[in-house]
Design a protein. Sequence first.
Length: 286
Amino acid sequence: CLQGIHCKSKPSSGIFNSFCHDAPASLSSMVLKSMKISTVMKCVQGSPCSLHLNIKGTLSLDENIRGLEICSLSLDTQQSQCTNVRFARKKTKMLNGKKVQVQFNCFEVNVAQHIYVTMRTVPNYCEVKLSQEYYVEVISVNVSEFLRDQDYYIRLCHKWFTCEDVGAFAVIEGKESLKSVSLKYSQLLPCLCIEGWLAIPDARRIQLCPFENGKYYTKVLWDNIVYNPVTQTLAWEPACPVLVTVNLCRLMKSNDHCEDIENSFKNSPEKVKYSRVDTHPRLCMK
């Protein structure tokens, strides 16, 4: 909780506060307002990076409200996470009507997830609720250390031998108090990296590649499979330099098992190509 309001948070099941009851006549339905959601990345040295929802909400303090409950529901898996944020009761009475901002960023999420977020009062008053759908497709980058308050460049890139641009770079001005920026990505790949450097000539570039450990590995790498009927070649070119073992197989009608074709195994971090392959309808690459 910001603005000096003492509060405590703890995980909850979301069940005990799921049933609402009528709000007191003195309580406005607009006591909760302006919920904002973004994605932040947590990177601890020696551990894989992870994505978390960053949820901010503004509440007008009222003696009838003891806290807030924040829940996130994955519309893909139907799994939910909830937490309770409780306010110190004495402070709440003293600061009745004062606006306070609550921020919570401990819900871990996966990339490309479709999330439904709710924020409601404790006790749960009917009609006093905020909800929002959110797609995890943005990374928020916060730069905590600056030299001489100079401008800082941030971009996303695909790392091969060098880091190739993915969209435009962003500028964080040194004079700004909030040194953060949001970057959108269209595809999640193991070689997707965040690169930052000071706005001075020949500045050293720092790269962070949070997806290279495979935690957020997706099937998008298999999108670039092409068959050329003229040359009878089947080729796969990965979007990232990832070392894989590839082979051809035939999908069996009896049990849908793909039976490996002898002598078709290849190891490569780049392009894999098979020449003079037949066009059997159940021929597959794996």
